[in-house]
Ligand binder design. Structure first.
Ligand SMILES: C[S@@+](CC[C@H](N)C(=O)[O-])C[C@H]1O[C@@H](n2cnc3c(N)ncnc32)[C@H](O)[C@@H]1O
Length: 214
């Protein structure tokens, strides 16, 4: 499939999509497992929550959310057929999640609203003008008082960062990610009507769960 945005690394190659969870575990020397559990626990999911996971990937995150759900449900959206297959295998059959093959970088309407919208390691991989569309899609699918959770890089000064963070970031990240870490995300979200921000930091402060209420 041709890339929508040539410099994006969140539009994964078939190999990376197929082995995504394992590659993350290896690349983070096993730290990802504990980190993602803690990040999802920090969302404070309620048992009845309806959650929209934009760019849901394999379903690893959605499955972890089911630890906190009783009647609630996760709806995953992704463009990748390889991710769709993994999400269905892990989360649709065993957990009762839903999946829809849907681009999140163009306006869409699912005809229902959610208590939470989650986006994890996707937003940094779009050109900045496209991120605004993604944020509006999140806002448009939240109930009043619903919460938008962005799990992604924190804001930081790359050149001031120690070598263990600076070198891998420069090596693996796409050009779009370099301006993502320089933006003031709370100010950007305020312009789309978000308020009451909460931040939790992980991975030595380089990754943040930013939660904002509509
Ligand atoms: C880096 S992966 C993150 C996956 C998952 N959110 C996670 O944290 O494990 C990026 C995901 O975004 C999806 N994606 C990329 N561009 C997209 C788009 N325009 N619309 C919907 N999904 C997209 C990819 O297929 C991939 O599954």
């Amino acid at each position: 499939m041709e890339k929508l945005y040539p410099d994006s690394e969140v539009e994964l190659t078939p190999f990376t999509a197929k082995h995504y969870d394992k590659l993350l575990n290896v690349a983070t020397l096993g730290f990802y497992r504990g980190f993602i559990r803690r990040a999802i626990a920090a969302m404070q999911i309620g048992p009845d929550d309806q959650i929209l996971d934009m760019g849901c990937g394999t379903g690893r995150n959605a499955c972890l959310m089911y630890k906190y759900l009783k009647t609630g449900k996760v709806t995953g959206l992704d463009i990748s057929e390889i991710m769709e297959k993994q999400f269905i295998r892990k989360c649709v059959g065993p957990k009762g999640a839903e999946f829809s093959r849907q681009r999140i970088d163009i306006p869409f309407d699912l005809d229902r609203k959610f208590d939470r919208v989650f986006i994890s390691f996707v937003l940094h991989g779009f050109p900045h003008e496209i991120r605004g569309i993604v944020i509006n899609n999140a806002a448009g699918h939240l109930k009043e008082n619903g919460v938008f959770h962005i799990l992604d890089y924190a804001e930081f000064d790359l050149e001031a960062a120690p070598a263990y963070a600076r070198i891998p970031f420069k090596k693996i990240e796409c050009p779009y990610a370099f301006d993502y870490i320089e933006k003031e995300w709370k100010e950007i979200l305020k312009k789309s009507g978000f308020r009451e921000f909460e931040e939790q930091y992980f991975m030595k402060g380089y990754v943040r769960l930013l939660s904002a209420r509509l």
